[in-house]
Every structure is written in structure tokens, then in C-alpha cells.
Design a protein around this ligand. Structure first.
Ligand SMILES: *Cc1c(COP(=O)(O)O)cnc(C)c1O
Length: 386
């Protein structure tokens, strides 16, 4: 049997991991070392020379997440943004990227303020509209970067169709799968070339590590990304790799709980008189509910809600007791945030407005606490809002 013969929950626990050959330790050791002794000149043991390039704990995590996404290569980076940067740095000055306009704020900031300055051109497109995606492609386009569901508006892009557009034009496609997690959505199975994660979020799931990871079945991309680890060096340390691996073991059970709590809270919020709109792909009222059902197994704990103005939004986010007011998402504990002031503060106000990120928008990362306690907390916080 190989890892790919097993089903998802089994792979989450076993893929990439073997008992340590010297002791039988069932958990992969944390190889906290910077270098490796060579028994003879020019003959390192099993290719272990220097820990920027190779580390067994990191390799265990890379193989584990690669198996969860169904790809051949997993390549870990020090953060989600470092992983996205490593992908785009396969390109050169003069090349062009078509990117989803509602992508994560930090990704947008990196594209606009760093990579654009180095001569890579970006077109920001609403990729729900496949004609707009097709129309944005130029002769010098070298990458299509997608994100679905998007942060924080929960827009959904048709991955199978977008992959086909890329393939037809000979342009590789990449999906930021952070919001969905491989439990709910596996882009490689839909024809996408690269999947990138902020492992900081659902994959690690315990809000105690910053990390990133790319999975691909393309040997050419795999080679580029291993080269980026070695030649640019934004790799995670062994302790962070080990903690993330501890998180991925429970991904299946955690995502089941996030999906269940997320749906229950989204349904409850949509009936609340102070809530004007709920953005959640799992609700039949979501304009792309049918597409979401087609390409996702569940809809996560990520919900955005429109309260109609800053005063009500501020009062709500400051009144919750269980939902902590904090950036980030995907941990076992519930968080609440205000995108316009927090995650998307770096996006200029006109672009924010165009994306629907109003002053009344509140984002929830629903954790896996008892759902009745979560509902009670939101109820009292909404009661406190004018
Ligand atoms: C958090 C996040 C990132 C950035 O990841 P870091 O680990 O914080 O660098 C990228 N994409 C999405 C969708 C995210 O939520």
C-alpha cells in the first residue's frame, strides 16, 4: 500500500510518516539541527547536507500535505506569503499575471508594492466571470492566480473551468486553497496546476504557527520550488513543521466540526433582524451555491455578515466574549474581525468598496466549540449593537 491508496482521514494521520528507523519512535523526531556530518568527503548521508535545503521533519510535513492535496510534490515555506512569492518568482520582469481581485489583502499588497516594482505586471480580475478571466490573458501572461472561496466576500470561482482556460492558453493555474482546506476542496483533481496554503490557518488549526506550503504534480514547478527553498531560503524551522504536522493529523475531524458549526451559525444569522446579509457558500441564498456544492465537500467556518454600518459592526465585534477580536482564521477557537479596519486596511478605500468590503462588514472564523455557546455569544453581541 502507498499513501495514495488510503482515504483522506487515514492519509491525514499516516502519509509522509514512518516510525523512526533508529528507535521506532512513532512520531517523526524534531530534527533541530542546522547541518549534518558527512561520513566521507562529498558523500553526505542520504543527501542530508544543510538544513535550509533538507530537513527530515519538514519532509514529513511536505509529504503529508502533498498526499492530502493529491499531488506529487509538497514544498514548505516560512509563511503563506513566502509560498506565494516563491511561486511568482518563477516569472521574470515583463511577464504578466492574471489574479483574482478579491484575493487575500497581503497577497494583493505583495503583488502591488513589491513584485510589480520588480517588473511583473498584474491584472486584477473578478474570476467568477470566466469571460473576464479569458479576456485578461495577454501573450506575456505566465500565471493565473486564483483564490476560492475568497476572503472576505466568499466569492467562488469555477476551478474546473478556470483550469481549462489556463490549459487551452498554455498558462499554469494556481489556487490559494487556504479557506477551503484539502478536506473540502482539492483543486489538483479539477485540473489546477498548483495549490498554495497559508498553513497558519486550517491545516495547522491551532493558531500557534505561521507557515506556507505549495503542492503540485508538475516536476518543472516542483524543481523550481525546491530551488526557491535552497536558493532564496524562506523555509520553516523543524519545530514549526512538527507542530503543523500535529495539526494536519486531525484535519478531517476538525473540518467536519467547522463545516457543521459554520453552517448552523450562517443559517441562524440569516434569520437575525439586525443582519442585512450573510455571505456563506453553504447557504442556498449564496449566488454560487450550486457551484460551491459541485466543487466543495463542505463550506468551512468562514462567514461574513453585513450589518449596515460602522457603529453596529464596531459594537458587535467589541461585545463578543467567546469570539476573540483578532486577525487570522482556521483555528479551533472562534475569532471575529472587521476586514475594512483589520485584514484589508492595506487595500485602498475605493478598491475595498468595489469589492464589497464595507464598514459594516464583519467576518467570523467559527471554531469547534459547542455551537449553542457560540450562538448565545453572537446573540448577546448583536443585542449590544445599535
Ligand atoms: C493568511 C492568508 C495568507 C497569508 O499567509 P501567512 O501565513 O499569513 O503569510 C494567504 N492567503 C490567504 C487566503 C490567507 O488567509
Amino acid at each position: 500500500m502507498t499513501d495514495s491508496d488510503y482515504r483522506f482521514a487515514t492519509r491525514a494521520i499516516h502519509a509522509g510518516q514512518r516510525p523512526d528507523p533508529t528507535t521506532g519512535a512513532i512520531m517523526p523526531p524534531i530534527y533541530q539541527t542546522s547541518t549534518y556530518v558527512q561520513p566521507a568527503l562529498g558523500e553526505p548521508l542520504e543527501g542530508y547536507e544543510y538544513a535550509r535545503v533538507t530537513n527530515p521533519t519538514r519532509h514529513a510535513l511536505e509529504a503529508n500535505v502533498a498526499a492530502l492535496e493529491g499531488g506529487r510534490h509538497g514544498i514548505a515555506f516560512a509563511s503563506g506569503l513566502a509560498a506565494i512569492e516563491a511561486i511568482v518568482k518563477k516569472l521574470s520582469a515583463g511577464d504578466h499575471v492574471v489574479t483574482e481581485e478579491n484575493t487575500y489583502g497581503g497577497t494583493t499588497r505583495m503583488f502591488r508594492t513589491i513584485l510589480a516594482r520588480l517588473g511583473i505586471d498584474f491584472a486584477f480580475v473578478d474570476t467568477r466571470d470566466l469571460d473576464a478571466l479569458r479576456a485578461a490573458i495577454r501573450p506575456e501572461t505566465r500565471l493565473i492566480h486564483l483564490e476560492t472561496p475568497t476572503n472576505p466576500m466568499m466569492r467562488v470561482t469555477d476551478l474546473e473551468a478556470a483550469a481549462a482556460i489556463g490549459r487551452e492558453a498554455g498558462i499554469p493555474t494556481c489556487v490559494d486553497n487556504t479557506f477551503a482546506s484539502p478536506y473540502n476542496q482539492r483543486p489538483l483533481e479539477l485540473g489546477i496546476d498548483l495549490v498554495v496554503h497559508s498553513t497558519t490557518k486550517y491545516l495547522n488549526g491551532h493558531s500557534d504557527v505561521i507557515g506556507g506550503l505549495v503542492v503540485t504534480s508538475s516536476d518543472e514547478w516542483g524543481e523550481h520550488l525546491y530551488y526557491m527553498q535552497k536558493a532564496a531560503g524562506a523555509v520553516p524551522g523543524p519545530m514549526d513543521a512538527w507542530l503543523t504536522l500535529r495539526g494536519t493529523k486531525t484535519l478531517a475531524v476538525r473540518m467536519e466540526a467547522h463545516n457543521r458549526n459554520g453552517l448552523a451559525i450562517a443559517e441562524w444569522l440569516s434569520a437575525h433582524p439586525k443582519v442585512e446579509e450573510v455571505y456563506y457558500p453553504g447557504l442556498p441564498s449564496h449566488p454560487q451555491h450550486a457551484l460551491a456544492r459541485k466543487q466543495m465537500k463542505g463550506f468551512t467556518g468562514m462567514i461574513s455578515l453585513e450589518l449596515g454600518g460602522m457603529a453596529r459592526a464596531r459594537a458587535m465585534v467589541e461585545a463578543t466574549r467567546l469570539f476573540a477580536l483578532a486577525e487570522s482564521l482556521g483555528g479551533v477557537e472562534s475569532l471575529i474581525g472587521h476586514p475594512a479596519i483589520m485584514t484589508h486596511a492595506s487595500v485602498d478605500p475605493e478598491r475595498r468598496a468595489a469589492m464589497g468590503i464595507s464598514d459594516g462588514l464583519v467576518r467570523l472564523s467559527v471554531g469547534i466549540e459547542d455551537v449553542d455557546d457560540l450562538r448565545d455569544d453572537l446573540e448577546q453581541a448583536l443585542a449590544a449593537a445599535p
